[in-house]
Structures are given as C-alpha cells and as structure tokens.
Design a protein around this ligand. Structure first.
Ligand code: SF4
Length: 433
C-alpha cells in the first residue's frame, strides 16, 4: 500500500513539474512516507525525519512533507507541535495536502478552468512516475483503511475506517497503467475481500475482478490481503473461472489456537480456517496459499503455540510470513495484555516455525521439477530473467532475448525453497525478438 501511495505522490509531483532526485541535499521537496505497523518502524521514521532537520535549517525554502500512517487520519495537529520544521502533514494515500501547499501561489494566479484542468489531470492520470515506467507489475489500492479491530493492530487507528474506491476510478487507473506497459496488477486492501461493502449497489470484490478482467492488454490480476471471514464462495468461483485472476491467495491465520485467536479478536477458529483452506483447494486448482503468523502473543502458552505449529504442519501452505509479537503503543493488546512471553522464547517459537515452513516449501517446490509453468517476466537480474508463475512462485531463467512483460512457458529444472530455475520451452522462437 505504501509503495502504491509513494508512486501516487511521485506522479502528482511530476505533473507539477518536479523531477526525482536520490540526493536529499539537492531536493526542493522531500516526502517521507511512513509505515508504523511496528513501533520500530515508527522510531526509524522519526530518526530519519530528525536527520532532515539540518537541511531545512540550511535551506528554509525546502518543503518537508511527512506522510502516511505516522500522521494517521487525525495526527497532524499533535505532530505539528512536535515537529515544527515539517511543512506539510498528509494522511495515508493522500497527496492532496502536499499538492495544495505547492500550488497555493500558482492557483491564485491561474484562470479557474486552468486550475480545474490541472486537478482533473491529477485525479485521472495516476500514472507511474517516469522512473518507474516500464514496471511490469503494479499495485492498485481498491479499499483504504480497515474497520476490523484486531487487538494487536494499529492500522485502523492510522488508516481510518474502510473506504472503497469507486469502480470507475479503479478501472481508469488500470487502463492507464496498461498503456504504460504494466501487465499485472495487484488490487490492494487491508481486507481486500470487503471491497464494495460501503458502496450501495456497487460490485463486491468478485464483481470488481470480473470488471477488471475485461481491461484489454492486462494479463494478470492479483489481490491482497484476504481475511478468512470474508472469502466468500462467490469470490472463490470468480478466481477459479476468470483466467486472468491468478491462483494465489494471501489469507492470514495469525495463530492456531482458538483462545489466542479470540484474544486477537480475529473472528474465526482454527477449524473454520482449516475448512476455508479445504474449500479453496477444492475450488481453485493449483492455488498457492500464503499466511501470516504472529508468535508470542500475550498469554500464548507452549500448548497454544503448538496448535499453531500443528496447523501449519497439517495445512502445508506455500508461504508463511512469520513475526514475533511486539507491543504497539495505541493498540488494545498493549493497553490490556501484558507482553509476557520473553524475547528468547519468542525467538525459539519463531525459529521452530521457520524450520518447519522451510522444509514444507522445499517439498512443495520439489514437486515442480520437470513441470511446465507459465512465467510473466519482470526484469533482468544480472544474467538471468526474473519472473513469477501464475501461483506466484519466483522463477529465474537464463535467456539473451528481451523477455520483460512477456508470459512464456518454461520447464522447471531446479527448485529450492525460495525460488526455482527454469529453461524456456521455445527459446529458438525468441531469438531476435
Ligand atoms: S484486518 Fe486486523 S490485522 Fe488486518 S489491517 Fe485490519 S485490524 Fe489490522
């Protein structure tokens, strides 16, 4: 989401005539887009911000913009006192305050239709900034914020309540991206499968996938993140029946024990999660599934942790993003639940799951040896092309031809836990392309 937000700001700045520089000392405008999902990320952002202060002192016309979750939906007032050298505070996903700040004088001197046209352009275009043109795969936010209330999570407080984007805006953005060479889009939401619930008579995520599927030139559609309670049968059927929608689902379990899940306020049980995975596997052939897990949540006993271990061992999912619980100021868990699993124990549990998952994925990927997979190639990395299979496996291929943005069949010749190597099936046909 933050990558997509940063692209949106870069694109808006380019439309105002600015161009990118990697050197802060050369910049007229510095945007610090922040993630605060963990306290350590917020501390890092504050450190970075403080390091920019001398630049502002040397060059008072420099515009510093703090953006994203650190500002949140209501935080600008408090931060303004704490950070007087910051000129503009913008909530997540909103380049508006920066654009208004930079155009204040200009707007006063513009004819009114010129102003309207400038802002229409900004709203409609949402193109990739020029240094990112040529991207094969792009992220498109479709629902902002989150109205769930997991007790460990700060996001609803910072990104605000759930707001779906109108379907017309999403489709125009995707068309513009495809015109710039993008072949794959990932539709984003904190709970993406709740898309459209706040728009009367609008499509839900299954409907949105069907609409986006019609965009000419688009080859692949992905979406994340799902929530076990909202992954409906209709959505599963849409994923199964639409050839451009890729068979890969990110659906976090977070913990395997029902009491821990209840304390996290996730809203489902281990049994319900297991049933969901069975239904996904039954409905969507060759679907890869990724999950998120937090170990060491307050009060998590050894027996409760072992429930998580067992569920991962049984379900054999393709990816598990693992995290050790850390208290996050402002969350319900931090206010009400003591962080009583010590760091060494959290690390032990983390390592156990890490080893388990590595052995599971190594075996899953071994089964691909000798199989034909369709790979969408994204970029050359040294002497190899990097791409992804339909179900999101990372593949490297040696080839001299230009493969960027092309989907080609390849035969898997080596498979490790984190990536695979493959050879092109029709390399002869590619020579000279
Ligand atoms: S679903 Fe839970 S974890 Fe995900 S963003 Fe919302 S509150 Fe946070």
């Amino acid at each position: 989401m933050n990558v997509a937000d940063s692209q949106r700001v870069s694109s808006a700045l380019e439309q105002l005539g600015y161009s990118f520089t990697a050197a802060a000392e050369e910049a007229d405008v510095i945007v610090l887009n922040t993630c605060v999902v963990r306290q350590s990320a917020e501390d890092k952002a504050l450190g970075r911000l403080t390091s920019l202060r001398p630049l502002k002192e040397r060059n008072p016309s420099l515009v510093i913009n703090l953006m994203g979750c650190m500002v949140g939906v209501r935080g600008a007032q408090v931060l303004r006192q704490r950070l007087p050298f910051v000129d503009v505070f913008s909530p997540p996903s909103d380049p508006g305050p920066l654009v208004s700040h930079l155009t204040q004088g200009e707007i006063q001197s513009m004819e009114s239709d010129e102003t309207t046209r400038r802002f229409q352009l900004m709203d409609e275009a949402l193109l990739l900034p020029s240094r990112e043109r040529g991207l094969v795969s792009a992220h498109v936010p479709v629902v902002y914020g989150c109205s769930h209330a997991c007790t460990f999570c700060i996001i609803p407080f910072r990104r605000g309540v759930e707001r779906s984007r109108p379907v017309g805006d999403i489709v125009s953005e995707i068309r513009a991206l495809v015109q710039q060479g993008v072949r794959e889009v990932t539709l984003l939401g904190q709970i993406v499968d709740r898309y459209g619930r706040d728009i009367p008579d609008g499509p839900d995520l299954a409907g949105l996938l069907r609409i986006v599927h019609e965009v000419e030139g688009l080859q692949r559609i992905r979406y994340l993140t799902s929530h076990p309670n909202y992954f409906t049968a209709d959505l599963m059927e849409a994923v199964a029946e639409l050839p451009k929608v890729m068979p890969h689902i990110e659906v976090p379990i977070q913990a395997g024990d029902d009491d821990v899940l209840a304390r996290m306020k996730r809203g489902y049980t281990q049994r319900e999660y297991r049933n969901l995975i069975d239904r996904i596997r039954h409905t969507i052939p060759d679907c890869s599934i990724a999950t998120d897990v937090i170990v060491g949540f307050p009060g998590e006993t050894e027996a409760q942790f072992m429930e998580t271990y067992r569920v991962l061992a049984d379900l054999r999912l393709d990816v598990a993003h693992l995290a050790r619980y850390s208290p996050r100021e402002g969350t319900v868990a931090t206010r009400r639940m003591p962080d009583d699993v010590d760091d060494a124990e959290k690390m032990r549990r983390f390592r156990l799951l890490e080893e388990l998952q590595e052995s599971i994925v190594a075996k899953i990927n071994q089964a691909y040896l000798g199989r034909r997979v369709d790979v969408l190639f994204e970029e050359r990395v040294r002497d190899r092309w990097k791409g992804r299979t339909q179900n999101n496996k990372l593949v490297f291929v040696e080839a001299d031809a230009e493969l960027k943005g092309r989907t080609l069949p390849a035969m898997v010749t080596w498979a490790g836990p984190w990536s695979m190597q493959a050879s092109l099936q029709r390399e002869d046909a590619l020579i000279g392309l």
